[in-house]
Design a protein around this ligand. Sequence first.
Ligand code: NAD
Length: 393
Amino acid sequence: MMQNFEFVLPTRIRFGAGISKEIAAEIHAMGKKRPFIITDEGIVRAGLADRVAKALKDGGFTDYFVFDETEPNPRDTTVQHACEKAKEWGADVLVALGGGSSMDTAKGAAVLLSHGGSIHDYEGLGKVTKPVTDLIAIPTTVGTGSEVTFWAVITDTKRHFKMSVGSPLIAPKLALVDPDLVQSLPPTIVASTGMDALTHAIEGYTCALAEPITDACGLYAIRMISENLRDAVYGGPAVAVEARANMLLGSLIAGICFGNSDIAGVHCMAEALGGLYDTPHGIANAILLPHVMKYNFVSDLDKFAEVAKALGERGETLSMRDLAYASVTAVLKLNADLNIPSLFDVGANVEDLPELAKRASVNVSVGSNPRRAGEAEFLTIFQSAFLDEEHAQ
Ligand code: NAD
């Protein structure tokens, strides 16, 4: 019998080329006066902060502040600093412009502005208890879906651990999802953030908390991403522009999927890697995705067979088991085509694997993996990923 479920989407979404130019009208409509933009240096260099600033000026805002100190795998100290700056400046609305790092920094700052304390006080699910400072998210990568999720992933600098702060209350009020802003992304970042989005869709669809609406979103997103990722990375301008727009839509829908179901083993392991080595999140997910799928696929052959089909595998002549396994080989092919680096390349060493497995086993999403996995199983998966790559050298 189907289990009971709840589906929540507090974020209003506007999608379309040029939609970020509506920022001023949206802020006026919210009755806010002092927008505080949270972004990073790469976005500023790519000219995207200027574009949003121009849209604000054109819409009558002379007063706004650009905080560009976000780093990849954003730190607790940066969240604190962003909050202090925003408070000092009298911000009444935050605008997150960037990838997951800028959006999560802004979510964290919104929590601290409204609740006080330190971001560590809100680690886990449901510690945020009242509405936070209004937040508008403008994503510029094709990966995290953070523009619609209830999560902020922040690096605890003392523990070298990526902690999660989760509550529907921290979801952005509005997401302006503008394909024009992902055209400047370097191909390597399209590849890594695109694999992040694929991981969200696959884990969101196959995890223990999946339900019918997240299933629909997950399969749609897997298909969208697999049909567009290679073109978005390698295509000439005629195909890449549309493929990148489709990737942005795919990552948004993958965010809606996993935001309401969950992520699972890949993220537990990838966040351990990111916490220890500062590995870019999409790369960490891409490396581990096929290895975790290889462990998980036997737990739900039907669903992994559907994943294989959505990834473009043909199943007419295959048994259900072989079709389910084809989902693993399809991801390996994608990683190879996208030149995803190995565990070696990101600096992992074999002595650290037990510590990584231990950290993975305390991740907030461990219970959502479709097949039971704890410290021992994560260690085996890390070792098999490590060995596979050693042989491939
Ligand atoms: P990112 O935000 O760290 O950005 C990566 C790099 O891309 C940066 O150097 C940035 O300057 C550059 N960049 C971004 N957009 C650009 C553009 N349009 N043109 C040129 N350069 C651009 O990358 P990300 O992968 O989007 O975010 C990763 C973070 O998000 C990790 O910390 C991860 O844990 C977190 N995350 C959060 C959620 C969530 O639901 N909150 C989900 C998944 C991942």
